[in-house]
Design a protein around this ligand. Structure first.
Ligand SMILES: [Zn+2]
Length: 132
């Protein structure tokens, strides 16, 4: 049930911002989920609704997906996983085990398999909207 833990973290972060900006009525919370992050969106949405505080009464949680971005440690080039040509089975393997990416992917510029996943994992709060 890690969706609940993620929802809790999102609510906490959103509440902190609302407090700092003195928002009494938060209307929109934009959440990004990395392409490689395993999340049941419906459960997350439900958990967010259950955990929201009083000043989030009319809030809409908008959940969108962030593309996976990779960065080569050798030449510094960055590229998107989505734009790389991969077999569907490989794509699936990477989705379930992001660490597997290193066995299949090489930097499109220099061919180095030494890269980091700079975006595509985890969940984060993009922004919130509301009124004072
Ligand atoms: Zn490279």
């Amino acid at each position: 049930m890690h969706e609940w833990a993620l929802a809790e973290a999102v609510i906490k972060a959103a509440s902190d911002i609302a407090e700092k900006e003195k928002l009494t009525n938060v209307t929109e919370v934009n959440v990004k989920i990395g392409e490689l992050q395993q999340v049941e969106r419906e459960i997350l949405q439900f958990a967010l609704q259950q955990l929201k505080p009083a000043n989030f009464k009319k809030v809409k949680f908008k959940i969108s997906q962030a593309k996976t971005q990779l960065k080569c440690r050798n030449c510094g080039d960055t590229w998107q996983l989505q734009k790389q040509k991969l077999e569907p089975t490989v794509r699936e393997a990477i989705h379930f085990v992001p660490e597997a990416a290193h066995s299949y992917i090489k930097c499109p510029r220099c061919g180095s398999p030494d890269f980091e996943i700079t975006q595509g994992r985890g969940i984060w709060l993009q922004n919130i909207k509301g009124t004072r």
